[in-house]
Design a protein. Structure first.
Length: 375
């Protein structure tokens, strides 16, 4: 039988559906989705009978389907809504992001109403995303559609039903565009029909990409006595690379009934985790050396610092620059820093691991995310 249609990854589109709203989300090469199964093997092992025979057979049973695992990457793409037209993200000139629906699934129940999500504050200045609704045992779900052969008359469509976002990871590739790697789970993977997007504003725009090279790191110690920095706890470090990872540590619950192939019935959240690392050159100011990366290492390893088992730094990654548009601001008011480690290469560097922590162990203020679209 001849094969008249082949599907190529570069001809794939992704849609995310919550209620009646459907977002088209452009993704990069390297996306994946799959659902494995769990099985049990039963073997026979016995001694010989009087005729010298011995049973050596085996039987296989399909026990359950594992949760669907999916992943893809998107660019960071803030924009200001035109406020009207087909596929508009808003009915006013408020700030949005092409990938904002994924953050809604990450930080809460993803309830969508009046062009906004729970935990979002969007206006004509910026879009603020908070984790205030994230202290829940289950998070919001959506249906994710992978349309293979989107340009063909007969595409194949797979639906990841009741999908959740488990992790978002941002890598600071100095010569690249700001990108977020998303991954998560879903209950089932089935064939479906291609949806029609209702929200797709600015997905073809070229002015909403962010260059990582413009990114700036701002660090201010909350204890300016132990960590004086430039005199007010400020350290001026220029990034050469880094990463921020947000994880919900989700696990799935699957029944174990005999005689049927069990399917996952739902997810539960684990400890929320925000962590990452950044690198900078080991720099020395010949005049004062205050607030430099060398000073940062010296202060972090001082006797007074090593006597403290916890520390707290107000930390902001301005991805795209301090005031440029478009940009993404990822702020942590009480981040804990590990002691920096040296990297011995052509140019000596420092690498520092950090953890975004809430002000109290039961709090939800580890981080805030701000999108600012192009003017």
């Amino acid at each position: 039988m001849a094969v008249d249609t082949l599907y190529f990854s570069r001809d794939t589109k992704v849609y995310i559906k919550i209620g009646s709203a459907i977002w088209e989300v452009p993704v990069l090469d390297g996306f994946s989705f799959s659902q494995a199964s769990n099985s049990t093997e039963v073997t026979l092992a016995e001694m010989e009978d009087t005729s010298g025979a011995s049973k050596r057979g085996r039987a296989m049973f399909n026990d359950s389907l594992a949760p669907v695992e999916w992943s893809f990457s998107t660019y960071v793409r803030p924009f200001v809504s035109a406020g009207s037209g087909a596929g508009a993200a808003d009915n006013a000139a408020n700030h949005h992001a092409v990938e904002e629906v994924l953050w809604a699934l990450m930080v809460g129940d993803a309830t969508y109403s009046s062009y906004s999500f729970t935990g979002f504050t969007g206006d004509t200045t910026d879009l603020d995303i908070a984790f205030s609704s994230s202290n829940k045992s289950t998070l919001g779900t959506a249906d994710i559609f992978f349309v293979l052969g989107s340009g063909k008359s007969n595409p194949t469509v797979y639906k990841c039903a009741s999908a959740v976002v488990n992790e978002a990871s941002m890598d600071f590739d100095i010569d690249g565009l700001a990108t977020i790697n998303w991954s998560g789970f879903a209950s089932t993977l089935t064939s479906d029909s291609a949806p029609t997007a209702t929200v797709y504003e600015d997905i073809t725009a070229t002015d909403n990409f962010i260059r990582n090279r413009l990114s700036v790191l701002e660090i201010t110690a909350n204890d300016t006595t132990t960590f004086p920095g430039s005199g007010s706890g400020v350290y001026t470090l220029t990034l050469t690379g880094g990463n921020i990872t947000v994880s919900n540590n989700i696990s799935y619950i699957t029944p174990e009934e005999l005689g049927v192939v069990n399917s996952p019935v739902g997810h539960v959240t684990g400890a929320r985790s925000i962590s990452g690392a950044f690198t900078c050159y080991l720099g020395l100011d010949s005049n004062t050396n205050t607030g430099t990366s060398t000073d940062f290492f010296n202060d972090m390893t001082s006797a007074s610092a090593t006597a403290k088992i916890t520390n707290s730094f107000s930390t902001t990654f301005n991805i795209g620059g301090n005031s440029a548009t478009p940009r993404l601001e990822f702020a942590m008011a009480t981040a804990h820093f590990e002691i920096p480690a040296h990297g011995i290469e052509d140019v000596i560097s420092l690498e520092t691991n950090f953890h975004g922590l809430p002000s109290t162990i039961s709090g939800t203020n580890e981080a805030t995310i701000k999108y600012v679209g192009a003017a």
